[in-house]
Ligand binder design. Structure first.
Ligand code: ZN
Length: 337
């Protein structure tokens, strides 16, 4: 089996003439077909939310999920509602299990619900078998709550990188249609240098196809800058974020933002009774009071929507073979419990 995978991988990586429309990517054996730039007036900008509990997802994976993320989530939902904007929520399955009513409320507000995995353990700490199991479990948990198929994925801490690119095949085999886990520049701990900055079709080592939607990066002074949200939205000044996102649009790419609800809660870390080191409190807490205002400005300036709207414009056929599972419970995408 392993020999077969290596053989396919070598065959693709040695292929001097990839199939029409495809080109080599920075990851050996993975081909890409970047979407062409579009008229800036017609772009489908995306806002995405990684729904997780800071203390469990970032500080210590062994802690139980707490209610702490509800405050930031409520603020974010109100902000999106005020600007009549729908987003894609990549939901951590252990958060969904902890607060299923919140997930249904987010869904009822018209937002798209997809998967952020099971418990926020990064892929470089998993092997393919464990990843497959976690992915399937998380998909089932979320689908049971929403009754809708889960077809999009974002890895914890953008942890699909060159050494974990095996995950792309497992995503396709597990019924996923798109992924937003590849950070299109190298930063500390994640990212892939020279990965296409805009949306692209990808052809995995086994020949399966997915759509990849990286969060936004802007080019300046011969290098890329992370301007798509998260900690960068906290730490970068408004002018830099505005300049970066306008340059993304001018290049013909849609803006793809990502936000953590806890970043809208400036009291979340200071109120913790946990022994969080001072440097970490500062690094993770700095700039939080500015996030809601920056986000409101962006929601006024650009028209954002969920990721599925953008994925539909990049034609990738539905995954071959049946989705994971058999008898439908509330949706037809995973086995009945
Ligand atoms: Zn996360």
């Amino acid at each position: 089996m392993l020999r077969g995978i290596v053989s396919v991988r070598n065959r693709l990586s040695r292929n001097a003439n990839p199939p029409s429309g495809w080109q080599e990517s920075p990851i050996e054996g993975i081909l890409v077909d970047p979407a062409p730039p579009s008229d800036p007036a017609n772009l489908s900008h995306v806002i995405s939310v990684d729904l997780e509990d800071w203390r469990q997802s970032v500080f210590d994976h062994s802690l139980p999920v707490s209610d702490d993320f509800h405050r930031g989530t409520d603020r974010l939902l109100n902000l999106l509602d005020r600007h009549q904007t729908r987003a894609t929520f990549f939901v951590l399955a252990n958060v969904a299990k902890h607060s299923p009513a919140l997930i249904r409320r987010i869904q009822a507000a018209g937002h798209e619900i997809q998967s952020h995995g099971l418990d926020h353990v990064e892929l470089n700490r998993l092997n393919p078998e464990r990843f497959r199991s976690d992915l399937t479990q998380a998909k089932a948990v979320i689908e049971d709550i929403t009754g809708e198929p889960v077809t999009g994925y974002r890895a914890p801490r953008f942890s699909i990188t060159a050494p974990t690119a095996w995950a792309l095949d497992i995503l396709a085999e597990s019924g996923f249609r798109y992924d937003s886990s590849i950070f299109a520049m190298r930063v500390r701990g994640y990212g892939i240098q020279r990965w296409p900055a805009g949306p692209a079709r990808i052809r995995t080592r086994s020949g399966a196809q997915l759509t990849e939607i990286p969060v936004s990066t802007a080019r300046w002074l011969g290098r890329r800058w992370p301007v798509g949200g998260g900690g960068y939205l906290r730490l970068f000044p408004r002018w830099l974020i505005g300049w970066g996102l306008n340059s993304v649009v001018a290049s013909g790419w849609p803006i793809v933002l990502y936000v953590h609800p806890y970043e809208l809660d400036s009291t979340a870390i200071s109120g913790l009774r946990l022994n969080v080191p001072l440097t970490r409190r500062i690094h993770q807490g700095l700039g939080r009071p500015s996030v809601a205002g920056k986000l409101a400005t962006l929601l006024q300036t650009f028209r954002f929507g969920p990721m599925e709207r953008l994925v539909q414009t990049i034609s990738v056929p539905a995954p071959a073979g049946p989705p994971v599972g058999g008898t439908p419970s509330r949706c037809a995408c995973h086995p009945s419990p």
